[in-house]
Structure formats: C-alpha cells, structure tokens
Write a protein that binds this ligand. Structure first.
Ligand code: ZN
Length: 322
C-alpha cells in the first residue's frame, strides 16, 4: 500500500484535462491507497526555465475574493472523483483510494479565519500555508536554482493564528513551498509533527523548494516527515528539468539521503503526480512497483519499505488529526 504526500489530479479534472500520471484504475491496481489531493488556485502559468541558473519572480498574490469561488469549484471537482475523503487513518484501505482534502496555499481561508471551521466540517484536513507566492499568512519560495530557501519574511500575525487554529482543530500544516523563515516560525509554534509533503534534499539538489539539512533535522526532531518529490527539477543535482536524462535512480538517491539524515521513520513519498514532470522510467502511478524494486535493490528491507510507503504517513496523520 502506498500513501502519497501530493498530487494535482483535481486541477486537471477541473480543467477537463485527462490525468498525466494518476489514472485511478491503474492506481488501485498497484496499491496506491491515496493521500493528499491538492486544491490549488492557479497563478498565471509560467514556463519552467530550462536554463540553469534560474530565478523566477514571485507571482502576484491571489486575493481571498478571487480564491474563494475557485476553491469551491476545485472542492466540488474533488468530491466528484471516484475516491472517498479521508478524515481518519482508518480510511486508508488496501485496494481503495482515499483523498486527504489539502489546500496548497491558504488563499481561500479568510485572514480572520472565520471560514476555517466550515472547511473543516467539509473535510479539509491539511493546509499548505502557501504555494510559491505571498499571501495573508506567509510567503512561499520563488522557484530559483541554485539558491537557499531563505528568501523572505516569516509568518504574518494571521499566519501564526492559522497555525494555532489548525493545531486546535487537527488540521495538518504543510511546510512545502514555504520560505525558510516561515518554516522556522511553524517549527516554533506548532504542537504537531513538522511536515513537508513534497520536498527533497537541498544538499543533493539546491533548489529553493528543497529542504536544508537543518530543516530535515528539525522535521526528524519533531517526529515529522518529508515526502520525496518525483519532480525532475527538484531531484537532479544540476537542477535541469531534463526528464529524458533522469531515471528512477534519482528518486532513490533522495530517499537514501533523507533516510541517512533523518532515519527511516521520517521519509515518505510526495509524488507531485500531475503537478510536475517525473522521470519517464517511472512514468506515473503505474511505475510505483518499479520504484519499490529500485529501493529494494538499494538495500531497503520490507519493514523499511512499509514505513516509507505508508507507515510513516499514517503515524504522522494519526498524531495530527483529531
Ligand atoms: Zn507543490
């Protein structure tokens, strides 16, 4: 069974496009039991640069008034998918798919948090404070390579209040896309395990979207988890978005590093299926058995793979949700 930290299937379904990586029938066949399904309010599309180094500007903020109706549409799209919504770890069952309702960027939450409880009632169980742009709560990292994730200010007062309210309700707070100052603010404030749903090791691929060793150590010390992102440009040492030159071994390289740094209890998958280009050798969800074979070949045993594929996510969700 695989539980996964991030996919963008909802965005494709909302646009009426077919899935690139996450065919749900294939997913069921290979033991993909679901995970975080993002509600992502799109910024105007930017072409991911092929040149290295790159430094993309931060997109403009999306105001609440624009984000709220889009989030409704995205949520309705998720509800129409043939998956159950996960609000308890017991919802993850072999052979079925459960979706954690996850906001990737909290733009649809009012800055006074007045509608947070409503969203909780409807099943929201995870919030990434930001996507890679500023909002009322925090600031995301711009896409830059090579560069530190320390790119801007930390949480706003509203952001600090949102972390506290999430802790109280039992909503997971996701630090992927957050800049480093914001990450340390969350680390100091939260009473839940620290989570980065889809970020890799900065030591292996120095993109702003990846986690420094100090951040990895903090996640370990807080009993948290980092989900390994399969996006080519966050895997490769040279940062290039070069799928045809990138194999599954690049994913294995990050899993090995994260396990060596944090221990096997703090590493999971955060595929970014349907949100990024992944190695063609993986292809999509149907390639997960090939990834597991590659991890076995790299020396991981069944007990370790059980933790990486789903056990660690279940532990962190169980410690976070009420
Ligand atoms: Zn993302």
């Amino acid at each position: 069974m695989v539980i996964d930290g991030h996919n963008d299937l909802v965005l494709h379904a909302w646009r009426g496009e077919p899935s690139l990586h996450l065919d749900l029938d294939v997913a069921r066949r290979v033991g993909f039991a679901g995970g975080f399904f993002a509600l992502y309010i799109p910024s105007p599309p930017a072409v991911h640069p092929r040149e290295i180094p790159y430094a993309m500007p931060l997109p403009d903020p999306v105001p609440y008034e624009a984000a709220a109706p889009l989030a409704e549409e995205l949520f309705a799209t998720l509800c129409a998918l043939p998956v159950r919504r996960a609000t308890s770890t017991a919802d993850f069952v072999e052979g079925e798919i459960a979706a954690i309702v996850h906001m990737e960027g909290a733009e649809a939450i009012r800055s006074d948090l007045a509608n947070l409880g409503d969203w909780y009632e409807r099943g929201l169980r995870s919030i990434g404070l930001v996507w890679s742009r500023p909002n009322a709560f925090a600031e995301g990292v711009p896409f830059e390579f090579p560069a530190s994730p320390d790119t801007g200010p930390g949480l706003t007062e509203a952001g600090r209040a949102l972390v506290g309210a999430c802790n109280e309700l039992g909503i997971l707070v996701d630090c992927s896309h957050l800049n480093e100052a914001g990450f340390w603010d969350v680390a100091a404030l939260t009473s839940a395990p620290l989570v980065a749903t889809h970020s890799n090791a900065h030591a292996l691929c120095p993109a702003t979207r990846n986690l420094t060793d100090a951040q990895l150590d903090a996640i370990r010390d807080a009993g948290g988890i980092a989900g390994v992102n399969f996006a080519v440009s966050f895997l490769r040492e040279d940062g290039r978005n070069a799928p045809s030159e990138t194999g599954i071994d690049e994913i294995v390289r990050h899993v090995v590093y994260l396990v060596e740094r944090m221990g096997v209890d703090h590493v999971g998958f955060g595929s970014d299926f349907d949100g990024a280009e992944v190695p063609p050798e993986l292809g999509g969800v149907g390639g997960l058995p090939r990834l597991l074979d590659a991890l076995r070949a790299a020396g991981f045993g069944d007990g370790e793979l059980e933790k990486i594929t789903h056990g660690n996510w279940l532990r962190v969700l169980g410690a976070t949700w009420r």
